[in-house]
Design a protein around this ligand. Structure first.
Ligand SMILES: [Zn+2]
Length: 84
């Protein structure tokens, strides 16, 4: 599963491709946020302005799209820790 190298989050990541629809200090980091299982699969997507086409592309190739930790905002994501 993807893992944030900063805070250790492995569950929920946002996409910098889709900016938040209403940026605020406490708002989400992305307009498209996915939850992952431990096989690198997207189990659900929360969309706040992403088009259906964008979501489909992101689910097909999550490594290219979900690049932002929603907990700490880091974009330092490790996709290769499947040994754990
Ligand atoms: Zn993080």
């Amino acid at each position: 599963m993807p893992k944030c190298k900063v805070c250790g989050n492995t569950y929920s990541f946002g996409s910098s491709e889709v900016p938040p629809s209403a940026p605020t200090a406490n708002g989400p980091v992305s307009g498209m946020i996915a939850q992952f299982n431990n096989q690198n699969d997207v189990v659900s997507v929360s969309s706040l302005g992403a088009s259906k086409a964008s979501i489909t592309k992101a689910v097909d190739d999550p490594k290219q799209f979900f690049d932002t930790c929603i907990h700490c905002g880091s974009q330092d994501i490790d996709w290769n820790n499947s040994e754990e």
